[in-house]
Design a protein around this ligand. Structure first.
Ligand code: APR
Length: 229
C-alpha cells in the first residue's frame, strides 16, 4: 500500500517565487506592523490601509509563478495519495497543478462579506471601500487574521490524523493552531521537515530535518520517495 502523504506548507515554499516570508521580515510585513494589516482591530481602525495592503499582495501574486517545490508536489501526486495543507494565501499550489489543497488561512484571490463568512467571492483585482457583498455589507479579504478563528483547522486535524507520512515545508511552526497539527499525527508516522532554518518541534514521531530550500530539498525528497515505494 502506498503511504498517504500529508504536506504542511508555509511561507517558505513560496519564497523562491519571490513572495517574502513573515519571520524573515522581522515583524514588519512589507513595512507594516503585522497587526495593523492583519487583525480585526487593524481593519476597524484603518480599513483603507488594510485594503491597499492586500491589493498590493494581490497585484504581486499576478506577477509571480510557482517554483520547483510546488511542481514537485504535482509529481508526487502522480505516485501517491497526497493532501496539501497550506498556511499560504497565494494560489501557487493550485497553479502548479496540485490537487487537494486546503487553505488554513484563507485565499488572496477571494473576498467575503464582513458580516457573513460564508458569502465568499472570487476576486482577482483591487478591492475598495464601497464594494459590497450580496448582503449589502462591505467586502473584506478572505484571510484569517490574527485573533480570528481558523475554521478549516478541524478538517486539517482530521486529515493529519490519517497520514502515513507528514512533510513540513518552509514554516516557522510558530503560529497556532497550524503549528499544533503535528500533535494529531499517529505515533511512529515519519515526519520530514524541509527548511534552511528549521524551528524546533517537540514530538515523539521520528523527524528528519532537511536543511535546504524548498526548491531543492522537496524535489530531491520526492525523487527518493518515488524510488523507495
Ligand atoms: N525554502 C524553504 N523554507 C524557507 C525558504 C525557502 N526558500 N525561505 C525561508 N524559509 C523558511 C524560514 O526559515 C522559516 O522557517 O520559511 C519559514 C517561514 O516562516 P514564517 O515566515 O514564520 O511563515 P509561516 O510559518 O508560513 O507563518 C505562518 O503566520 O503571519 C502568519 O498567517 C500567516 O500563514 C502565516 C503564518
Amino acid at each position: 500500500m502506498k503511504p498517504n502523504i500529508v504536506i504542511l506548507t508555509g511561507a517558505g515554499i513560496s519564497q523562491e517565487s519571490g513572495i517574502k516570508t513573515f519571520r524573515d521580515a522581522n515583524g514588519l510585513w512589507e513595512n507594516h506592523d503585522i497587526m495593523e494589516v492583519a487583525s480585526p482591530q487593524g481593519w476597524q481602525q484603518n480599513p483603507e490601509l488594510v485594503l491597499e495592503f492586500y491589493n498590493q499582495r494581490r497585484r504581486q501574486l499576478h506577477d509571480v509563478q510557482p517554483n520547483a517545490a510546488h511542481h514537485a508536489i504535482t509529481r508526487l501526486q502522480q505516485h501517491f495519495p497526497v493532501q496539501v495543507i497550506t498556511q499560504n494565501v497565494d494560489d501557487l499550489h493550485e497553479r502548479a497543478g496540485n490537487q487537494n489543497v486546503l487553505h488554513l488561512h484563507g485565499e488572496l484571490f477571494k473576498v467575503r462579506s464582513d458580516k457573513n463568512p460564508e458569502l465568499i467571492y472570487d476576486w482577482h483585482n483591487d478591492l475598495h471601500l464601497g464594494d459590497l457583498a450580496e448582503d449589502g455589507t462591505q467586502l473584506r479579504p478572505h484571510i484569517v487574521w490574527f485573533g480570528e478563528p481558523v475554521p478549516m483547522i478541524t478538517n486539517a486535524a482530521e486529515l493529519t490524523a490519517v497520514a502515513d507520512m507528514f512533510i513540513i515545508v518552509g514554516t516557522g511552526m510558530a503560529v497556532y493552531p497550524a503549528a499544533g497539527l503535528v500533535g494529531y499525527l499517529p505515533p511512529f508516522v515519519p515526519v520530514y521537515y524541509i527548511d534552511p532554518n528549521p524551528a524546533t518541534i517537540t514530538i515523539t514521531n521520528p523527524v528528519t530535518i532537511i536543511r535546504e530550500k524548498a526548491g531543492t530539498g522537496l524535489p530531491k525528497l520526492v525523487d527518493q520517495l518515488i524510488r523507495e515505494y
